[in-house]
Design a protein around this ligand. Structure first.
Ligand code: ATP
Length: 604
């Protein structure tokens, strides 16, 4: 018995029952808004569905004439003509069916294409907070399987509702035209016999789910007790007998359940075959009585047609009963996707944002800034300082004091809770986001290089950069020698996340990348992790001259970096506790003196 596709069966699980989406007019409107751009194709599909549904029923109607005119009327010509006609109709229906499938999958693919793009665009605008708090797995699931699910909703659910409803209506109309009494009888028979089979199906489905759960339990026991470390534990604690008892118990339960399940399947099939054969028999019986006793205008052919139409109705009725479940699932799917679409983009470009045309100076001012990542856990408290064009400040302080957080606020990775961050005299929230970020270059602690060549990584900052510009940046970042020494030079592949390079090399490449961007403000978050002293001095040699020639902020952990700054800000617990120049701060006997004694002096 196949356990595949359990989740997609015609019954809702308890969890799905609990999380039933609220289907509102607004939700439906929104779903259909994705369909409207394709209304022409949809209309055409609808036409195809209509035609195929009618054509597929038509041969059943023709059987009546084959019997009455051809067989009973003993007319060979009519017989052959009707058979050929029936064949042609079937072929025609299938041909149009192909067109319908094509249109269907075309529409579904285009709608998912639109939704994926919209989702990607939306997600890429989300703030840093979103990416640090939501799991990557979930983001990818939304992008791939949820939006992929939309496709099956369109090709499956929507189409199935349409084609089954049409088939059903056509069948009922055809039956009524033959004989209203028998048609009415048919309409009673079909649901009467479909609903019990659904009940039986549900029982079996429940059993299958139970045995699936039990199977998981058995697998758990096997994994725990028959693995290398598990069996060691069992042996050392002498638990063999107890574990065996546990295993034997579930194993026995599994036996009972499996027998029940297969018998339920057997009963199910019995009910199904009895019910489906009762329907036609009833029609023959009532039809016969009407024909013989009440002299109704009924032929043998008519009754055969009615029976054929009846058997055509079970499928659609069953599907339509399942549709409710499919529908709930589809709506849940759309609700989930829309929830993602509706997540607010925290950091947004102000509609009236200013975009200065002159070259930025890179001046920064923090005006009484407070900030927290989470409610009630303040990280920055009343940070107040300013940085003039061409100057360099060093931010120092214990780990976790909020140094990186301060610089994250400048390119608006997050927005302040109170106060303001001002760039070149304008509140960053009023500046064009693209302009702001274009003018800020950050070398983060953890450098991120993507899988590609050194050249690819550099060009990311400035796609039109010339060879000379690339080498110039590499020289300034003190990494040109290394790149030159590589066999493939600039085309050396850096590996996944740049893992083929050492930490120091990676950081210098990312310095070169930032230099190509030529930002007005340079922010350098010095790595806390230990680099060897040669790597470290190479980075120092690169970074110190850069700070002389442009506005810069250094989050510093090394004395030589700190010494190159015009002002030092000492941050502790999210507050600036001291500020000034090195010599004065060392003498002051405060937090900086302590940092100097414990960390920097050793480096000296
Ligand atoms: P280090 O020198 O170790 O890099 P830091 O001074 O730069 O430390 P920050 O990274 O600014 O410190 O972190 C300050 C505080 O904010 C820490 O307590 C940290 O746990 C918290 N924090 C940092 N990032 C987040 C985040 N995305 N969500 C919640 N809390 C965060």
């Amino acid at each position: 018995m196949s356990r595949m596709g359990m989740g997609r069966s015609g019954y809702l699980t308890e969890e799905e029952q609990k999380n039933k989406p609220k289907v509102t007019g607004a939700l439906l409107k929104r779903v259909f808004s994705y369909l409207t751009p394709y209304w022409k194709q949809l209309l055409l599909t609808l036409g195809c569905i209509l035609i195929t549904s009618i054509l597929r029923i038509y041969p059943s109607v023709l059987t009546g004439r084959i019997i009455d005119e051809g067989l009973i009327g003993r007319d060979l010509r009519a017989l052959v003509t009707l058979i050929v006609l029936s064949l042609l109709v079937t072929i025609g229906a299938e041909l149009i069916g192909i067109l319908e499938s094509y249109l269907n999958s075309w529409i579904a693919q285009h709608i998912t294409f639109d939704m994926r793009n919209a989702m990607y665009k939306h997600l890429s605008r989300m703030s840093q907070r979103f990416f640090t708090t939501s799991s990557q797995g979930e983001i990818i699931t939304r992008m791939t399987s949820d939006i992929g699910g939309v496709q099956s909703v369109i090709t499956g659910t929507f189409t199935s509702i349409l084609s089954n409803s049409i088939t059903l209506i056509v069948a009922i109309v055809a039956m009524f035209r033959k004989n209203p009494y028998l048609a009415l009888l048919g309409m009673v028979i079909v649901p009467l016999f479909t609903i019990p089979t659904r009940k039986a199906g549900k029982t079996r489905w429940n059993l299958t789910r139970q045995s699936q759960a039990m199977n998981d339990e058995i697998n758990g026991i096997l994994n725990e007790t028959l693995s290398v470390s598990g069996q060691l534990l069992v042996k050392l604690f002498g638990r063999e007998e107890a574990e065996y008892q546990k295993y034997e118990k579930v194993n026995r339960q599994m036996v009972d359940l499996n027998v029940k399940e297969s018998m339920a399947g057997r009963w199910f099939r019995l009910i199904l075959s009895v019910l489906t054969s009762i329907g036609p028999m009833l029609l023959y019986l009532v039809g016969g009585i009407l024909m013989m006793k009440y002299d109704q205008d009924l032929t043998v052919g008519d009754i055969t047609v009615l029976v054929a139409l009846l058997s055509r109705m079970y499928g659609p009725v069953n599907s339509l009963l399942n549709i409710q479940v499919e529908w709930i699932r589809s709506m849940a799917l759309f609700t989930r996707i829309f929830e993602y679409y509706d997540m607010p983009v925290e950091v947004e470009n102000d509609p009236h944002a200013v975009k200065p045309t002159r070259r930025a100076l890179g001046e920064v001012e923090f005006r009484h800034v407070s900030f927290s990542y989470e409610e009630n856990r303040p990280i920055l408290k009343n940070i107040h300082f300013s940085l003039k064009s061409g100057d360099c400040v060093a931010i120092v302080g214990p780990s976790g004091s909020g140094k990186s957080t301060i610089v994250n606020l400048i390119p608006r990775l997050y927005d302040v809770k109170s106060g303001a961050v001002v760039f070149d005299g304008v509140d960053v929230r009023k500046l064009d986001l693209h302009y702001l970020r274009e003018n800020i270059g950050i070398v983060t602690q953890e450098t991120y290089l993507f899988n590609g060549s050194i050249r690819d990584n550099l060009l990311y900052a400035k796609p039109e950069a010339t060879e000379e510009e690339l080498w110039d940046a590499l020289r300034k970042a003190n990494i040109a020698d290394f790149v030159e020494a590589q066999e493939s030079g600039l085309d050396t592949m850096v590996g996944n996340r740049g893992l083929k390079l050492s930490g120091g090399e990676k950081q210098r490449i990312s310095i070169a990348r930032v230099l190509l961007k030529n930002p007005a403000l340079l922010i350098f978050d010095e790595a806390t992790s230990a680099l060897d002293s040669i790597s470290e001095s190479k980075i120092q040699e690169a970074i110190v001259p850069l700070t002389k020639s442009r506005t810069s902020i250094l989050i510093a952990h090394r004395l030589s970096t700190i010494l190159s700054a015009d002002e030092i800000l000492v941050v502790q617990d999210g507050k600036i506790v001291e500020r000034g120049r090195h010599q004065d701060l060392v003498k002051a006997g405060g937090v900086y003196t302590e940092l100097y004694e414990t960390q920097f002096k050793i480096q000296e």
